[in-house]
Design a protein around this ligand. Structure first.
Ligand code: ADP
Ligand code: MG
Length: 253
């Protein structure tokens, strides 16, 4: 999608778990080349929103449109194939494998292949191609020097970058990042912010769930604030920071 075009149109999505309304008729739009921050206290419904957009959970009601096509109701693999990729709140990796292998395997599984086919079904050429793509994406996030390190030995910052590289395999148009700065040191957060800005300049659209307000205010173009499953407000980082409702509900001041 060209800069400024509507990439993601979330239309009044709702998710009920039994009697609990985790996401209560939330709407927002994300335009191409934008970093949209989704913020709010724990339990606000941010991760559930990710799961609804990526098809891991079924909507109770509402609709999600991606690049002009309705994706709600589709399977998560189909949604991934269309160009939406994500990271999870908790790092997922096989600690004994190398960084490169972790990224290649994750990308292969996301492509709709099962674990067994991943371990048995690849020919040499397919494997080389997968490894090349994994390496390209690791270099893109500044991890080119760590390809053959054991993933379990990485510090938290590089672990998160490895996850982003995995999500970037096959060049999604939209990246959903769930708390990528959690547990990072200041320097690592700065490196992460640089990577996010670089991806944006390359035309990747990003939906960012993050608690670290310095990072959010630093990199996001627009913010949506959730509270108890509802849409509290949205605006530029400056507008959100100045909002008395947000200060009361979230920033605690
Ligand atoms: P956030 O990511 O903003 O912290 P979540 O989306 O994880 O919030 O959770 C929103 C609410 O939905 C919370 O009250 C949480 O306990 C509940 N919830 C999330 N997932 C499930 C689930 N699979 N089953 C039941 N309740 C859930
Ligand atoms: Mg969450």
């Amino acid at each position: 999608p060209a800069a400024g075009e509507l990439v993601l149109d979330v239309q009044s999505i709702r998710k009920e778990f039994g009697g609990l309304v985790a996401v209560n008729d939330i709407s927002f739009k994300l335009h191409a080349g934008q970093i949209l921050g989704l913020i709010g206290p724990n339990g606000a419904g941010k991760s559930t929103t990710f799961n609804l957009v990526t098809g891991l959970l079924r909507l109770t009601s509402g609709k999600v449109v991606f690049c002009g096509e309705t994706i709600s109701g589709q399977r998560s693999r189909e949604i991934a194939r269309r160009g939406i990729s994500r990271t999870f709140q908790h790092v997922r990796m096989i600690p004994d494998m190398t960084v490169l292998e972790n990224v290649a395997l994750g990308a292969h599984l996301r492509g709709g292949k099962g674990v067994v086919s991943a371990m048995t079904g690849l020919n040499r050429q397919e494997e080389r191609q997968l490894m090349r793509e994994a390496q390209r994406q690791l270099e893109r996030v500044g991890m080119g020097a760590s390809l053959h390190e054991q993933a379990g030995n990485l510090a938290m910052g590089p672990q998160r970058l490895m996850e982003i590289a995995r999500a970037l395999c096959s060049d999604p148009a939209l990246l959903l990042l769930d708390e990528p700065a959690a547990g990072l040191r200041h320097k690592e957060k700065q490196a992460l912010a640089d990577v996010l800005r670089q991806l944006r300049s390359e035309g990747v659209s990003i939906l960012l769930v993050e608690h670290d307000m310095d990072l959010v205010m630093d990199v996001c173009d627009h913010l949506v604030v959730m509270e108890f499953g509802t849409h509290l407000m949205e605006g530029t980082p400056a507008e959100v920071q100045q909002s008395p409702a947000v200060r009361a509900a979230y920033l605690g001041t």
